[in-house]
Design a protein around this ligand. Structure first.
Ligand SMILES: *Cc1c(COP(=O)(O)O)cnc(C)c1O
Length: 369
C-alpha cells in the first residue's frame, strides 16, 4: 500500500484546514507586543467564560499548569497527592516536581476514569489534593469524586488536558474542581500552533497565587513575595491563535463525537470494549478500544494502512524512574494497559477514511481470530 494512503492518528493539516492564521498572527506582529499583552488577556477572559469559571491564568504548557496548580494549593515535600496511574504520567510528573508523594487509585472498568470506591479507600489516610483526569475526552464521575475528596479534606484539581468542552448538565469540565488544568498542545481538542496551557479557578485567592507563581513569584514588578515562582507564560501569538479556534471548539467536538459514533455502531458486535459514552460528557479526544491480542491487531491495521497507538502502555506505578513508598494494587489499570489501542479520530478525518478504518477493523475480526 502507498504510504501516502496511510490514515494518520492525527493530522494537523486536516484539523486546521480552512482557518485563517495570518490575520491573528499579523495582528500580533504589527503590534510588536509579544508577551502578556492584549491577546493573552482577552483569551484568558474568553476561556474562563467558556469553562464557566471566574479566572483563567494562562501558562506555557499543560505540565506547567499541573505543577503550578499544585504549588498554588500549597503542596510540597511530604504531602500525599491522589491520582490515577493510567493517564500518561503527567500528574505524576507534577507531583514529583513539587516533592510530593503520588498515591495511585484504580479506575472504573467502564469509563477508565477514577473509581470513587477506590478513592474512598485511598483517602483513609489524609491527602492534600486529588487530581481527577478526564481521560480520552471522557468526563469522570467528577461530582461524586469531588464530594468524596472534600469530605476527606482534600482539594480537587481537574486535569482537562484531553477534555476541553466535555460537560454534564451540572457544568463544563474544569468548573467542578477547586482548580482545573488545560493543555493547548497542537493535538488536543483545543490546540495552539505550539505549546500552551491554562489553569482556571473560581477562587480569587488561588488565582492571585497562580498569577504570582507563573511570573517569578512577583506580587508586583521585581518584588518577590511567593517562593518557587518561575517563568511560565503563554505568548501573544499562541493566545491570538487560540482566540480564533475557541469559537470552533464545540463544532470540532461534535465532529469527533460523530466519528466515535460511527465506530461504535460498526464495532458493536465485535469482541472489543468500546468507549463508555457518546453524549456531551465525551469529546472523543482519543477513540480507545480494548482488544485481546493487541500486537496482532495493531500490525494488521498498520499493514492495511491504518495508524494506531497505545495511550498508555506503562501505568505510572510501573514506571522505573522513581521509587514508590507504598505498593499499589491496580488490577483494572494493569489489565487495561495491555489491551488499549487508539484509532484515528480527529476533525477533518474524511468519511471515506472513517469507512476504511471500519472496514479494516472488521476484516481483522472476520479472519477468524
Ligand atoms: C497532554 C497532557 C498533559 C500535558 O500537557 P503538555 O501541554 O503536553 O505539557 C497533561 N495531562 C494530560 C491528561 C494530557 O493529555
Amino acid at each position: 500500500m502507498d504510504v501516502n494512503q496511510q490514515i494518520p492518528l492525527f493530522s494537523a493539516v486536516a484539523a486546521n484546514a480552512g482557518i485563517d492564521f495570518s490575520e491573528p498572527l499579523m495582528r500580533v506582529v504589527n503590534r510588536h507586543w509579544y508577551i502578556m499583552g492584549e491577546e493573552v488577556k482577552a483569551f484568558e477572559r474568553e476561556f474562563a467564560d467558556y469553562v464557566g469559571a471566574e479566572h483563567c491564568i494562562s501558562v506555557a504548557n499543560g505540565s506547567d499548569a499541573l505543577e503550578i496548580a499544585l504549588l498554588g494549593l500549597g503542596v510540597g515535600p511530604g504531602d500525599r497527592v491522589v491520582t490515577v496511574a493510567n493517564a500518561g504520567f503527567y500528574s505524576s510528573t507534577a507531583i514529583r516536581a513539587v516533592g510530593a508523594e503520588p498515591v495511585y487509585v484504580d479506575v472504573d472498568d467502564t469509563s477508565l476514569t477514577m473509581c470513587p470506591a477506590s478513592l474512598k479507600m485511598a483517602l483513609s489516610k489524609p491527602a492534600k489534593v486529588v487530581i481527577v483526569t478526564h481521560l480520552y475526552g471522557q468526563l469522570a464521575d467528577i461530582e461524586t469524586l469531588a464530594a468524596i475528596s472534600r469530605s476527606a479534606g482534600a482539594a480537587v484539581l481537574e486535569d482537562c488536558a484531553q477534555s476541553h468542552g466535555a460537560k454534564s448538565p451540572k457544568g463544563q469540565c474544569g468548573s467542578f474542581g477547586d482548580l482545573a488544568c488545560f493543555s493547548f498542545y497542537p493535538t488536543k481538542n483545543l490546540g495552539a500552533l505550539g505549546d500552551g496551557g491554562a489553569i482556571v479557578t473560581s477562587s480569587a485567592d488561588i488565582a492571585q497565587r497562580l498569577l504570582t507563581l507563573r511570573q517569578y513569584g512577583w506580587s508586583t514588578k521585581y518584588h518577590v513575595t511567593v517562593p518557587l515562582g518561575r517563568n511560565s507564560r503563554l505568548d501573544e501569538m499562541q493566545a491570538a491563535i487560540l482566540r480564533v479556534k475557541l469559537p470552533l471548539l464545540d463544532q470540532w467536538n461534535s465532529e469527533r463525537r460523530s466519528i466515535a459514533s460511527r465506530y461504535c455502531a460498526a464495532f458493536a458486535m465485535l469482541p472489543v470494549k468500546l468507549p463508555a459514552s457518546l453524549g456531551d460528557d465525551f469529546v472523543a479526544h482519543l477513540f480507545v478500544l480494548r482488544v485481546e491480542d493487541r500486537d496482532a491487531f495493531m500490525s494488521y491495521l498498520k499493514v492495511h494502512g491504518v495508524s494506531t497507538d497505545v495511550h498508555y502502555p506503562v501505568p505510572d506505578h510501573r514506571q522505573t524512574a522513581y521509587v514508590l513508598n507504598e505498593t499499589f494494587d491496580l488490577p483494572v489499570t494493569d489489565l487495561a494497559s495491555s489491551k488499549l489501542v487508539s484509532l484515528p479520530c480527529f476533525p477533518g478525518l474524511t468519511s471515506h477514511q472513517i469507512d476504511r478504518v471500519i472496514e479494516v477493523v472488521s476484516n481483522y475480526f472476520d479472519q477468524g481470530v
